[in-house]
Design a binder for this molecule. Structure first.
Ligand code: GUN
Length: 287
């Protein structure tokens, strides 16, 4: 039977350290601040945004929420970002994605100062990740790396198969594994003979957003499985991108859904905001 990688416990431990560091920084006169911008009424986004606010409060980080109507124009949103870029109380700016259709997402992400880009989505920060000199790294993949580290997985020379090629998870996590000297294969929903690719993997990172698409029988005995998928099936049940029970038969360690990768994402957002505030305290800004 596989070991469960308890994201909730790892996140709780990290959040305690973040809260302690935050208190120390506040004593020096710098309170970390995060601005969260939500455009529209997407129910899932609302839930995430309120979770982010609560997590900030618990860690002692100041947070300010901007809830804009779904009809908000691009110019108005860009103006708000310009204001937040100049606001000295704000160390991190997070614009919740997805944005409404009429707003150009790339334009908005590029408007955020790279010094405050705690989501790590600005092309400047993406470029620094690609070149192996990261500043802010995207929260979900960064959280995955922390979980692997915590579980004692050494990626050097290992075969890592990433399933999914999104800008938020698949592409950045592949780069992070490469930086740890893994041999990385990026697969996706159109990859031929995915079973064969998975069967060769020492570490599988599934972020494809399709319920139980990766069969447990494909997993190599002793492999580590990180499941980023959160798929609602039926009325209530949440399942990952990997068949959990069957994967447990083969894998050495698996993340559950929920309680695996999920709690790490917001933890890394708090972490990045704290790092940004520490940079402000040292005044090492302008990238
Ligand atoms: N939507 C889904 N995941 C994310 C994330 O990590 N950050 C932001 N800003 N929006 C998201």
């Amino acid at each position: 039977m596989a070991e469960l990688i308890d994201g909730k416990a790892i996140a709780a431990e990290m959040r305690q350290e973040i809260a302690a560091d935050t208190q120390a920084l506040i004593k020096q006169g710098v309170t970390p601040g995060l601005a969260v911008v939500l455009v529209g009424e997407d129910p899932a986004s609302r839930v995430y945004v309120s979770m982010k606010e609560k997590a900030c409060a618990a860690a002692g980080i100041f947070s300010d929420e901007y809830k804009l109507s779904a009809e908000t124009g691009e110019v108005e949103l860009l103006e708000l970002i310009t204001e937040l870029n100049a606001d000295e109380k704000i160390d991190g700016i997070l614009v919740q994605l997805p944005l409404p259709e009429h707003i150009d997402e790339a334009k908005v992400l590029e408007a955020i100062s790279p010094d405050k880009d705690v989501d790590g989505f600005h092309p400047y920060n993406v470029g620094r990740l690609v070149t192996g000199n990261p500043l802010f790294q995207p929260c979900t993949p960064y959280g995955i790396m922390k979980m692997l580290e915590h579980t004692g997985v050494d990626l050097k020379g290992k075969e890592v198969v990433v399933v999914g090629r999104s800008n938020i998870v698949g592409k950045p996590v592949a780069l992070m594994c490469l930086a740890e000297h893994a041999t990385v294969t990026i697969c996706h929903s159109r990859t031929q003979d995915l079973a064969k690719k998975i069967a060769a993997a020492d570490v599988v990172i599934a972020a494809v957003g399709r319920p139980e698409m990766i069969k447990g029988s494909w997993i190599k005995p002793g492999a580590v499985v990180i499941d980023v998928g959160v798929n609602r099936v039926g009325d209530k049940k949440l399942v990952g991108d990997v068949e959990f029970e069957a994967a447990c038969e083969n894998a050495a360690a698996v993340t559950p859904v929920p309680g695996g990768v999920g709690p790490m994402t917001i933890t890394m957002l708090l972490y990045n905001t704290l790092v940004s505030a520490k940079r402000r305290a040292k005044k090492t800004l302008r990238f």
